[in-house]
Design a protein around this ligand. Structure first.
Ligand code: PMP
Length: 388
């Protein structure tokens, strides 16, 4: 029996039937159990910044596990301190970092931190995605995902994303935190109008509410900046991270700045594996490599190349391409994204039908120009088939 056949009978079926079983990764290329290879335009859903089996991550993780693996958070160790210092330096502001194992957990930490303001109300965005644990699900603005699990914790109001007036109306002096994604990844790579995050900063500051940005998907270079909020020069009270940070290992973080950095006091929050030396070593290797290989510029350049290439096809099936850097949504004129993703897979490219009419691509930053151009050519072919 193949792995895809064995999987649903052994692994809890929360993800549906897997389309493929992968056994090896190298750079932007993945190999399936039958030996067929694919160029990875999903990147573990915006996870694999450096691609698969990057030598820097392999070396850092191997060396760290051989030196010091897990230690309890009762004790300090060099990698967590170094990574926290680096992240705060990249954000350019003083603060403190709480390390978690996932994006949902980073948002749970932000949720708890917000309660320490003495307020309980949270304002988040319709369509927003913040994770699947109960608190993160309460913050998520997607009713279909929430419905089977109600009642959800907290006093959370969701307002239309990108609408400054709706945000201004919802936020008042009882608001603990406003939580937003700079770009809504899971909702279909939805980009808010320019100035939205700056307006959110101004509105929250006026009411003494925290502004927390969920950069789990957009952070660590994905948009061509270390943090997407730096595009507009917005300074939130906190940023949540995961995905790209760990170089494929489970690592999340809550970066809290200024007064927000001391809201969680000793004994108030913890997780056994959060910030363990091995994952932090991987995180440091990711940051080092993005810097040493000039990958932020590469992300911007590749993103533009893909966008121009795809829009340049002039296909009537493509409305436009949205997003930033290497987080792009190919917006279609009909709900055919699942069909396109299946056809792309047949010709060796993995992309994701994130919405019925949006195909998401989030390739590793180490993608080559040739791989980018080959994707555009493959898309041209499958778009033609989709229309015929
Ligand atoms: N926030 C955002 C913006 C995300 O895209 C995701 C994952 N898709 C999460 C949070 C949850 O992260 P995790 O799956 O690591 O819990």
């Amino acid at each position: 029996m193949s792995l895809t056949e064995r999987w649903p009978n052994a692994v809890m079926n929360t993800y549906g039937a897997p389309a493929l079983a992968l056994v090896k990764g190298d750079g932007a290329v993945l190999t399936a159990e039958d030996g067929k290879s694919y160029v990875d335009f999903i990147g573990g859903v915006a996870v694999n910044a450096l691609g698969h089996a990057h030598a820097a991550v392999v070396a850092a993780v191997s060396e760290q596990i051989a030196t010091l693996g897990h230690v309890s958070n009762l004790y300090a160790h060099p990698r967590a301190v170094e990574l926290a210092e680096r992240l705060l330096a990249l954000a350019g502001r003083p603060g403190r970092v709480f390390f978690s194992n996932s994006g949902a957990e980073a948002n749970e930490a932000a949720f708890k931190l917000s309660r320490r303001t003495g307020r309980t109300r949270v304002v988040a965005a319709e369509g927003g995605f913040h994770g699947r644990t109960m608190g993160a699900l309460a913050l998520t603005g997607q009713p279909a995902k929430q419905e089977p699990f109600k009642p959800l914790p907290g006093d959370v109001e969701h307002v239309p994303y990108g609408d400054v007036e709706a945000l201004a109306d919802a936020v008042d002096d009882s608001t603990a935190m406003v939580l937003l994604e700079p770009i809504q990844g899971e909702n279909g790579v939805v980009v808010p109008p320019p100035g939205y995050l700056s307006a959110a900063r101004e509105i929250t500051a006026r009411h003494g509410a925290l502004l927390v940005l969920d950069e789990v998907q957009t952070g660590i270079g994905r948009t061509g900046h270390w943090f997407a909020c730096q595009t507009e020069g917005v300074e939130p009270d906190a940023i949540t991270l995961a995905k790209g940070l760990g170089g494929g290992l489970p690592l999340g973080a809550l970066l809290a700045f200024g007064d927000a950095a001391t809201l969680l006091q000793p004994g108030m929050h913890a997780t056994t594996f959060g910030g363990n030396p091995v994952c932090c070593a991987a995180g440091l290797a990711v940051l080092d490599t993005i810097e040493s290989e000039g990958l932020l510029d590469r992300v911007k350049r590749l993103g533009e190349r893909l966008r121009r290439g795809i829009e340049g096809l002039g296909s009537p099936a493509v409305s436009h391409v949205r997003g930033a850097g290497l987080l792009l949504g190919i917006v279609l004129t009909a709900p055919v994204s699942a069909d396109l993703a299946a056809k792309l897979k047949d010709v060796g490219f993995l992309a994701q039908a994130v919405q019925p009419d949006v195909l998401r691509i989030a390739p590793p930053y180490v993608l080559t120009d040739e791989q980018a151009d080959a994707f555009v050519a493959a898309l041209d072919t499958v778009l033609g088939e989709a229309l015929s």
